[in-house]
Design a protein around this ligand. Structure first.
Ligand code: UD1
Length: 431
C-alpha cells in the first residue's frame, strides 16, 4: 500500500528529540556479528526497513536472529548453512554486500549477488573486490553473483585508491580472520568505521587505527560473544538540526556525539543559526534570516554527502546565492526538480548546484527520489507555506525510525496517510 507524508508547513519546531542508533553502523555490525559462533547481543539498533531487510537476508542463510525488542537483537552465526546471499536482498539493500566480507573472513568462501544500479549514481564495488583479492581470494563474477573463495586468507598491505566507507569496512571484516597482519591505507575515517572496528575488537579481533587513514589488523582464528551498543546516527541528528533551522525553531537533539556533528554544526553557524553543544546533545536555535554559503561534500570529517540534500533545502531559503558541490556521488541532485516545484531557484551544472535563495517554499506534491533527498523534501514541506504531499516515503522509512512521530512531537503538523481521501481530509482539517 502506497503511503504519503502530508505536511502543513510554517510551524517552528520546538522541543527535544531522541536520536536512534546509526543505520550505517548497524548494517555492518549485524553482518560482522555472524563471524562469531557464539551469541552476540546488539543494542541501540534502529528499527528501520534497511535493518529489517538485512536481518531477513541473514535468517535466510541460517543465522539465528532473536529480536528481543525493537532495538535489541541477539545474533548467532554458528549454524550458517548457506554461503550465498540472493539478489532479492541485495536489490533491496546494497549493504547486504557486507555479508561478503563477513562470510569470506569466516569461511573463506562467499557468494553475494552483484549490486545493481542505484538511485544516487553508479556505485562500483571494485575496491571491495580489490581488497579481497589482495588478501588472497579468487574473486569472480558468475551469473550475477560475486563469488569469492580463498584456500587461505593472508594479511597484506592494501592501498585504497579512493576513500570508501564500504570497502574499508568489508576489507576490515575479512582481514580480522585472515592469517597475519593487514594494513589498509587511505581508509575511510567515518564514525561508523570506528564503531565497526570497536565492535569487532569486542568480539576478540585485533584492529588498531580505525578513525585514522591507516588501519592495522592482526587476524585472529575465532571471534566470540559480546554485547554492544551502536553509536547514535549522525545523519538522523543532522536532519533534525536542519529541520529546526528551516522552520525557525528551537530544538535540542539528544543522544548524539557532538564531535560527529561538527561539519553539520559549522555550516549551521555559518548561515546564522545558533548551535549549543552539550555532552550528548546539541541545541539548534534559528531566529535570524539565514545567509548564503558554499558547501562541498567530502569524506569524514568533511561535510557528509548524506546531508547534502538537506543542506540545499536550507540554502534554498537563505539570503543570497549559495553553491553546493557534490564530490562523492555523481547523481545526487535528483531532488532539485522536486524542490523547484516548491518554488526553489536552483540550477545544477555538473556536480555543482547554484542556489538563489527565495523567501520561502510553497507547498506542492513532490516525490522522494531516495532516502536522504526524501527527508530533505520533508524539511522543505515543514518550512513551506501551505500543504506539501511527499510520495514514495518508502525511501525515507529505509533510514528514519518514526520520522513523522518525532516531528509531530516537536510541533510539526505531519501525518502518514495512505489514500487521496486522507490527504484531502488532512488539508481540510489544517485549513
Ligand atoms: C556509505 C554509506 C552512504 C554514504 C557513503 C559516503 C552505508 C551503508 N552507506 O556508502 O550512506 O553516502 O558511505 O559517506 O554505510 N567507490 C568506488 N569503488 C568502490 C567503492 C566506492 O569507486 O569499490 C566510490 C563511490 O562510487 C563513491 C565513493 O567511492 O564515489 C565513496 O563511496 P563509499 O564510501 O564506498 O560509499 P558506500 O560505502 O557505498
Amino acid at each position: 500500500m502506497e503511503q504519503f507524508y502530508v505536511i502543513k508547513g510554517g510551524i517552528p519546531l520546538v522541543g527535544e528529540v531522541e536520536i536512534g542508533g546509526a543505520k550505517n553502523a548497524a548494517l555492518a555490525i549485524l553482518a560482522a556479528a555472524i563471524m562469531a559462533d557464539e551469541t552476540v547481543t546488539i543494542e541501540n539498533l534502529p528499527n528501520v526497513r534497511d535493518i529489517n531487510v538485512l536481518l531477513d537476508a541473514m535468517r535466510e542463510i541460517g543465522v539465528k536472529v532473536d529480536r528481543l525488542d525493537a532495538h535489541t537483537v541477539k545474533i548467532n552465526g554458528s549454524m550458517i548453512q548457506e554461503l550465498c546471499v540472493e539478489y532479492e536482498f541485495i536489490k533491496k539493500i546494497r549493504a547486504s554486500y557486507y555479508l561478503l566480507g563477513a562470510l569470506l573472513g569466516k569461511y573463506n568462501h562467499a557468494e553475494v549477488a552483484l549490486p545493481g544500479g542505484c538511485d544516487i549514481g553508479s556505485r562500483p564495488i571494485d575496491l571491495h573486490l580489490k581488497g579481497f583479492r589482495a588478501l588472497g581470494a579468487d574473486v569472480k563474477i558468475q551469473y550475477g553473483l560475486i563469488v569469492a573463495h580463498a584456500e587461505r586468507l593472508a594479511g597484506t598491505h592494501i592501498y585504497l585508491d579512493k576513500v570508501s566507507v564500504g570497502a574499508t569496512i568489508n576489507i576490515m571484516m575479512a582481514a580480522s580472520m585472515a592469517e597475519g597482519k593487514t594494513i589498509i591505507e587511505n581508509a575511510a575515517k567515518e564514525p561508523h568505521v570506528v564503531d565497526v572496528a570497536n565492535f569487532l575488537n569486542r568480539m576478540g579481533a585485533n584492529i588498531r587505527g580505525a578513525g585514522t587513514d591507516v588501519i592495522r589488523i592482526v587476524g585472529v582464528r575465532k571471534l566470540h560473544a559480546t554485547e554492544y551498543s551502536i553509536i547514535p546516527d549522525q545523519i538522523e541528528a543532522g536532519t533534525f538540526m536542519f529541520a529546526a533551522a528551516a522552520t525557525k525553531g528551537d530544538v535540542t537533539v539528544k543522544n548524539v556525539i557532538p564531535k560527529h556533528l561538527e561539519a553539520t554544526s559549522a555550516k549551521l553557524i555559518e548561515i546564522g543559526c545558533e548551535v549549543e553543544e552539550f555532552d550528548d546533545a546539541v541545541r539548534v536555535v534559528s531566529s535570524k534570516p539565514m545567509r548564503h554559503t558554499q558547501v562541498t561534500t567530502l569524506a569524514y570529517p568533511g561535510f557528509p554527502t548524506d546531508m547534502q540534500p538537506q543542506m540545499s533545502v536550507l540554502l534554498g531559503i537563505a539570503q543570497g546565492t549559495s553553491t553546493v558541490t557534490e564530490s562523492i556521488f555523481e547523481n545526487r541532485f535528483r531532488y532539485v526538480d522536486e524542490l523547484t516545484r516548491m518554488g526553489a531557484s536552483i540550477k545544477v551544472e555538473s556536480s555543482i548546484a547554484i542556489i538563489n535563495g527565495i523567501s520561502n517554499y510553497m507547498g506542492a506534491r513532490v516525490s522522494a527520489p531516495d532516502l536522504r533527498a526524501g527527508a530533505a523534501l520533508v524539511i522543505a514541506g515543514l518550512a513551506a507555506d501551505g500543504v506539501t504531499v511527499v510520495d514514495n516515503i518508502y525511501y525515507i522509512e529505509r533510514g528514519y525510525e518514526d520520522f513523522e512521530k518525532k516531528l509531530s512531537e516537536l510541533g510539526a503538523q505531519i501525518e502518514k496517510v495512505s489514500s487521496e481521501k486522507e490527504i484531502q481530509k488532512f488539508t481540510l482539517k489544517v485549513g
